[in-house]
Structure formats: structure tokens, C-alpha cells
Write a protein that binds this ligand. Structure first.
Ligand SMILES: [Fe+2]
Ligand SMILES: [Fe+2]
Length: 284
């Protein structure tokens, strides 16, 4: 086995999102999702190798201590979106879609389906946690399928085999079914691998209704919301709330083909929507 490179393997942070969307192509049988070959997409495979090797209980606790005091300064929602947009990708000539475009495509698709305003807003902000990248975090600590740490890894997690290299896989307690948790202890008591979901949940949780909080916090927890893993840790309340996580997911995955949003036309709507739920500046 090669020693682990710390170089960012994705050309662009969106390569992970595109990989997930291709994995769950609309109408494709779910069972097919593990049938890919690392050599077909070496950047993505290397990304997962880093993610699955380095996301440990200790890492997650260290990142929570670092970020959850929300000491990175105050920003408005729109300033955070513009900050994220500065993550420019020069390497991909096929797309002229920005980070803000993805957020607006998601929220506009939700709006067109007549969902409540807080649901539209959730679409708009769901990936703002990717600003972690601009704080200097490596890709493996920003994006990727999320999963609980401190208990047995589900084989429903994509590239499950890469967990072999994770130091936690040598800890007998962490490899028990419940690990450091108890049966149906509730996901709020479970440490998830660190990334943009957990961060944006904490930044925005006091301003949004609970279904929105679940959508933000667990939108990359594919092994659970797509494949039913980890139900032994979920409470009855988590089960009920995951209906919302599942409702959100197709908008995230399948809105990318939509037309490039006409920002000047829709901006007033979004400024009103943001002002309805958030004060001007919030802590990041
Ligand atoms: Fe995301
Ligand atoms: Fe997204």
C-alpha cells in the first residue's frame, strides 16, 4: 500500500458531488452503487481513501473543538455564499456553473415544487459549510459521504474497504456494532465524520425549523438516508425526521442540469427570504 498522500486528489470540490449524482442517477437501481472501479475515477477513489483513513474519533473531536465555538467571524448568508464562490475552478472547462449557481438551482427546484419557504432557504444554504475549504481544510475534511465514528462502519458506505487503513479500525470498542453509543441513542449523540454538513448545521441551527436542521446535518449521510444503515443508532424521532432528509436529497442531486439561474431576477426574492429567518450577520 502506498503511503498516504496529503495532496488534494479532486481537481475541484464539485467532483465529489458529481460522483454522488452519477452514483445515484435518476432511476438507477440502488444496488448498483458499489459497482465502480477505482481506476475509472482515480481522483475520487484517492479522495475516499484519504477520507476513510483520516476521519477518526480524535479528528472529529478536534475539528468540533476548533470550529463549533463559531469563532471565524460574522458574515451574512450572502457574504458566505460570495466567499464560497471565490472557490474558483479553472480546471474544468465544461462548466461555467459557480457554487452559488448550484445553491440556487437547488433552491429554485424546491421553490418550483411549491415547498415551504424554509425548505427553499435550506436549499440555498445547504452547501455553505464548504467554506471550510477556504479556511484551509483539506477536501477529505469538507466533503464526502458522512458516517458515524466510534462504532462499526457499515458496509453500505461507499469504498467501505478503505476503512481498513483507519487507526480506529484497530480499536476493538470502535468496531463493536454500538461502539461508544447505545441502542437507538439518537443521532444527536453520535459523532459524524467531520465536514460541511455538520458545520453548516451548527452555524444555522438556532434560526431554522427542525426538519431544515436535519436536512443540513445529514444530507451527505447516504448510507443512512439512501441505504437504511445505522437504524440501530437512530431514535424514533430521527426516523421521522429522515423523511425530510430524503425529501431534500433529489433536489441536491438532480437540479444540476437546470438552466443557469438568472441572479438579478431572483435576488430580491432571496434577500427577503434570508431576512425572514436570519439576522443580518451570524457567527461562522
Ligand atoms: Fe453538500
Ligand atoms: Fe449540494
Amino acid at each position: 500500500m502506498n503511503s498516504l498522500s496529503t495532496k488534494n486528489p479532486l481537481k475541484n470540490l464539485d467532483d465529489w458531488d458529481d460522483f454522488v449524482a452519477s452514483r445515484y442517477k435518476e432511476g438507477k437501481a440502488q444496488e448498483e452503487f458499489r459497482n465502480y472501479d477505482p481506476s475509472a475515477n482515480p481522483g475520487v477513489a484517492e479522495f475516499y481513501r484519504q477520507n476513510h483513513t483520516l476521519q477518526t474519533v480524535d479528528l472529529v473531536q478536534a475539528k468540533k473543538q476548533e470550529y463549533l465555538p463559531l469563532g471565524k467571524g460574522q458574515k451574512t448568508i450572502w457574504e458566505a455564499a460570495e466567499f464560497l464562490n471565490s472557490l474558483v475552478d479553472d480546471s474544468d472547462p465544461d462548466t461555467d456553473l459557480t457554487q452559488i449557481d448550484h445553491l440556487l438551482q437547488t433552491s429554485e427546484a424546491i421553490r418550483k415544487d411549491g415547498h415551504p419557504r424554509w425548505f427553499v432557504l435550506t436549499g440555498l444554504i445547504h452547501d455553505l459549510g464548504k467554506v471550510l475549504c477556504l479556511y484551509g481544510e483539506p477536501q477529505w475534511a469538507v466533503v464526502g459521504d458522512t458516517f458515524p465514528v466510534g462504532c462499526a462502519y457499515s458496509d453500505k458506505i461507499v469504498f467501505y474497504e478503505y476503512f481498513r487503513e483507519n487507526p480506529d479500525s484497530q480499536n476493538p470498542l470502535y468496531q463493536e456494532l454500538y461502539g461508544i453509543y447505545g441502542p437507538h441513542c439518537g443521532l444527536d449523540n453520535v459523532h459524524m465524520s467531520w465536514g460541511h454538513d455538520e458545520y453548516i448545521y451548527h452555524v444555522t441551527k438556532s434560526y431554522l425549523p427542525e426538519p431544515a436542521q436535519y436536512m443540513l446535518r445529514y444530507h451527505s449521510f447516504y448510507s443512512a438516508h439512501r441505504h437504511g444503515a445505522y437504524r440501530h443508532l437512530m431514535s424514533a424521532h430521527d426516523e421521522a425526521m429522515f423523511q425530510w432528509v430524503r425529501k431534500f436529497n433529489p433536489y441536491d442531486l438532480y437540479s444540476k442540469g437546470a438552466a443557469k439561474p438568472n441572479l438579478p431576477e431572483i435576488l430580491p426574492y432571496y434577500q427577503d427570504l434570508i431576512a425572514e429567518y436570519f439576522p443580518d450577520k451570524i457567527d461562522w
